[in-house]
Design a binder for this molecule. Structure first.
Ligand SMILES: [Zn+2]
Length: 427
């Protein structure tokens, strides 16, 4: 049974609607980082942070932060937040739900006159989505001290990222790396259908899946499509198509075992791409999301065998699959996971543990402090589209879970006897 929530759903929905109205009028819901509309959204949030009694600032990495000082100086910071930027024609809830939920936690603490031992900070990270500069999570990478210095020279038209950071109020040449954060919590819409299908309120995130991109080049031979017998071809597309089906089969097998796994051929180019020519060459790019390294290793071994088998069967040359980028999975902190589960129990929320198949700011925060996430359901699992939808009641319940977790962590981390991961684990 759910208790009466100590958060205010009306305030949550008012903030989400107000931010949704700050969009390119012909392309809802678009509020791209570094644009004037993004700054309008930030101005709205800053005013709301201030009216919640928070001290506001923009940090060196361009993140908007609202601060509520704690009772015990020097204990460090509990941080909550997400991002207010959107993809082009994105949704109203991706990122925004997490910023508003974090703000609601601060407001609820204020309403009830609760003083935490730790300082509380609410954050709107800069440019979580792939930005006009072609890179993502600019703000959280900065806060973790992981933003590559050469990124400052990246350009979007006339604007460099260095200038973009200055534009939003950051300081591009000052390190924004933090060492005073004791825990980070983020609420986000699931962006998938698992919670809705299972009729659960909350997903407690165990890990953010790793992302590995693998390129495969299939080299066949161009020939006349009318005159070359079917039995005498080296058709690169036929070989590539067989491989795509092998990749799907391997993906389905691994998805059926414990731990998140997904494999997608998302880029596919065919040459010469002409109706009367047998295809000579295919380039494909695989996106692999794995929670467990063993699954990725297994997939790569099986993929290599499939490549050999298809090459033998079809007579085309298939180069060994080449790993283009490989970012390992990021586990969430076990104490934070437990605090969030306690929050679910206290509020009466139904929940399950699950991995995130998408990347999030929490993955970078996990590099500098114990971090955790909760997912809330979204309609049909749809996201990065204007039809994206989350119920206010679900966001409110998620906010209440965050609030309970903050109270638990504030107690635990203020007590010197309790041993807590220091977040310096490597991955
Ligand atoms: Zn997001």
């Amino acid at each position: 049974m759910r208790q009466n929530l100590v958060v205010d759903a009306t305030r949550i929905s008012a903030d989400i609607e107000a931010l949704a109205a700050i969009t390119e009028p012909d392309r809802p819901y678009t509020r791209r980082a570094f644009t004037p509309l993004f700054l309008d959204g930030r101005a709205y949030l800053e005013a709301r942070f201030k009216s919640a009694g928070l001290e506001t600032r923009i940090d060196a990495s361009g993140n908007l932060i609202g601060r509520r000082p704690g009772k015990v100086p020097g204990l460090g910071v509990l941080m909550l937040g997400s991002h207010s930027d959107t993809v082009p024609e994105g949704g109203r809830f991706d990122g925004v739900a997490g910023v508003v939920a974090a703000l609601e936690v601060a407001r609820s603490l204020g309403d009830r006159g609760i003083a935490l031992a730790h300082d509380l900070e609410i954050v709107d990270f800069l440019a979580e989505e792939v930005s006009i500069f072609g890179v993502s999570c600019i703000g959280s990478r900065g806060m973790a001290g992981l933003r590559p210095p050469e990124w400052l020279e990246r350009r979007a038209g006339d604007l460099t990222l260095e200038e973009g950071l200055t534009l939003v109020g950051g300081e591009p040449h000052t390190s924004g790396a933090r060492s005073d954060i004791r825990a980070f919590l983020e609420l986000h819409i699931e962006q998938g259908p698992v919670l809705e299908t299972a009729r659960l309120d909350i997903g407690v995130v165990t890990a953010i899946a790793g992302i590995t991109r693998i390129e495969i080049i299939v080299q066949g031979r161009a020939d006349h499509a009318g005159t070359t017998p079917m039995t005498a071809r080296q058709d690169a597309l036929v070989a590539a198509a067989k491989l795509v089906l092998d990749i799907q089969r391997l993906g389905l097998e691994l998805a059926a075992t414990p731990g998140h796994f997904a494999a997608t051929v998302g880029e596919f180019e065919i040459e010469p791409n002409a109706a009367n020519v047998v295809p000579s060459r295919v380039r494909m790019l695989l996106d692999i999301r794995a929670e467990q390294r063993e699954d990725l290793d297994h997939f790569q071994r099986q993929l290599n065998s499939a490549v050999d088998a298809v090459g033998r069967e079809t007579g085309v040359m298939i180069a060994a699959p080449r790993v283009i980028s490989d970012n390992p999975a990021t586990p969430m902190d076990r104490h934070v996971i437990e605090a969030l589960e306690t929050g679910c129990q206290t509020t009466g929320a139904t929940y399950r543990r699950m991995a995130s198949g998408a990347g999030h700011d929490a993955a970078f925060m996990a590099r500098i402090c114990p971090a955790g996430m909760v997912f809330i359901p979204c309609a049909g699992g749809r996201s990065h589209t204007p039809v994206e939808w989350a119920e206010t009641a679900d966001i409110a319940l998620g906010s209440a879970v965050l609030l309970e977790a903050v109270l638990t962590l504030d107690d635990q981390l203020a007590s010197p006897t309790r041993e807590i991961d220091d977040g310096t684990h490597t991955d």
